[in-house]
Design a protein around this ligand. Structure first.
Ligand code: SF4
Ligand code: SF4
Length: 94
């Protein structure tokens, strides 16, 4: 096996975008959608930091969910310390 020389490094994968979902709209295939109760939210921003698709937005301390890109994974609802987000099944589309 060849030894790695000083300053040489092995190229691995590289991340070009912070979010995975930006180019992929999910509206037609999401099964569950997160619903927010603003009255329970304390604006801790945990959902904002943990959403894998960066589709939770804060505007003037109000949480908003961008449903065009939300894939309904439920991480925000699971991690919300105030239980302000619940997951509801999308209405069946015919
Ligand atoms: S994690 Fe819950 S309480 Fe915190 S900002 Fe998000 S919705 Fe609000
Ligand atoms: S369910 Fe919540 S965590 Fe998952 S993509 Fe949608 S907003 Fe982000």
């Amino acid at each position: 096996m060849r030894e790695i020389e000083e300053f040489e490094y092995i190229r691995g994968g590289s991340i070009h975008r912070i979010t995975t979902g930006t180019p992929i709209k999910t509206g037609s295939w999401r099964v569950f959608r997160p619903l927010l109760d603003q009255g329970l939210c304390n604006s801790c921003k945990l959902c904002f930091w943990l959403c894998p698709d960066s589709c939770i937005i804060f505007e003037k301390k109000n949480v908003q969910i961008n449903y065009e890109y939300c894939k309904g994974c439920g991480i925000c609802a699971h991690e919300c310390p105030k239980k302000a987000i619940t997951m509801e099944r999308e209405e069946a589309k015919s």
